[in-house]
Design a protein around this ligand. Sequence first.
Ligand SMILES: *[C@@H]1O[C@H](CO)[C@@H](O)[C@H](O)[C@H]1NC(C)=O
Ligand SMILES: *[C@@H]1O[C@H](CO)[C@@H](O)[C@H](O)[C@H]1NC(C)=O
Length: 464
Amino acid sequence: MPNHLQWALVASLLGGASAAGLYTKSSPVLQVDAKNFNSLINKSNHTSIVEFYAPWCGHCQNLKPAYEKAAKNLEGLAKVAAINCDDEENKPLCGQMGVQGFPTLKIVVPGKKPGKPRVEDYQGQRSAKAIVDAVVDRIPNHVKKLTDKDYESWLAADGSPKALLFTEKGTTGALLRSLAVDFLGGINFAQIRSKESKAVEQFGITSFPTLVLLPNGDSEPAIYEGEMKKAPMLEFLSQAAQPNPDPAPAEPKKKSSSPKKPASSSSSTILDSDMPTDSPSPEVEIPPEEEPVKVPVKAPEVAQLATPEDLESKCLNSKSGTCILTLLPESESPDSELPAPAKEALSTVSELSHKLTGHRLPFYSVPAINSRAKILRAELGLGESSATEIIAVNGRRGWWRHYSSEDGLSLHSVEGWIDAIRLGEGSKSKLPEGVIQAVEEKVEEKVEEPKEEKVEKEVPHDEL
Ligand SMILES: *[C@@H]1O[C@H](CO)[C@@H](O)[C@H](O)[C@H]1NC(C)=O
Ligand SMILES: *[C@@H]1O[C@H](CO)[C@@H](O)[C@H](O)[C@H]1NC(C)=O
């Protein structure tokens, strides 16, 4: 029975992170918890993406390099946050946010009313670029677009400070949008295109983009000469108004959580064509699990079902829950070496069974010498007995699934397949008649139902 100590050990072996969470203190990812979620995320005027994770989850560990890269690229533009749903104090919040598996990514977009954001599930690719693109798309736009016809009335409209970007582009970039969010209520933002010659001439603009600040609303423009980067632009604009503190300072008598990384305080370049790519940046540490781990072929973790009775009593009867079976290929003689793909499959599966110990998901290997395995292959239409097959079978519910060997045998792809099963995603095939043996009560005690892990009880999914 795994206990918390073991989880901590597994987490530290796999991720190199502390037992407490997946991200270290120096990570660019903003680590939030149930106490500060509301002030840091819900009440912010900035868009956030939040990863709900558990430190032991393999896909969370796999996501970490891309997520940290996204956090670096979005610095100053949006918040990239993570919350550890394995932490008792955070579990109610994770449940309330509808988290059903790990990692779950949600984008929190400020609504019209403060503290009432719109929450969207992020279901795109788990690459830095895809994440950055999705978040950038959802940065609020408080920047007005002007033309020669209306810019004068905008300038004259009220006495508040104004910032005007002269640009060749028709779209509003992430940097300008994020600056407008920082100064919401303090500076009005607009942009105007280079082809609007009347305005361009009035301000004497000769290159694009150029940012002009009108601290008094309509007179004495100050032209920004620095780089188009967040930090110096924020400083320049601060001569007209202070950026909003984010999170907002605590109201009197109310306890506040300390700010960690306000989106506004960091520097960032304009997002343009040299956007992040999918590959992890060299400075980001890749979890060691990516490297193939050499495991002896007969690893103790993956028990063998050597006889037809074993196979039927554990996995092929009307009471058995989900089993992950690795059907081994026929070999010349019982002692001869297994072919390389079979060894690879066993090594991956035994590593996974080790990693997923807490899920009590039974993994078995079935040697070709087990005559029931041969029949099973025929029943399921799996064809040649010279191939290694990984299948999931659920006798009680009468379904099975086949891991496609086209996806390779890496830990990552087999684990993805297993995760999909655990989360009830993807389609299952009905087991043909005759595969499953109807059983009497007495078999039941032998068949150990995979027990759900603690967190999964509170965050229910389809089955297991
Ligand atoms: C944050 O906002 C979402 C959406 O409005 C809401 O469902 C959730 O309960 C809020 N969380 C907290 C901690 O206030
Ligand atoms: C959000 O914007 C409003 C102005 O619309 C401002 O008063 C408030 O302080 C801002 N909140 C934060 C947390 O930045």
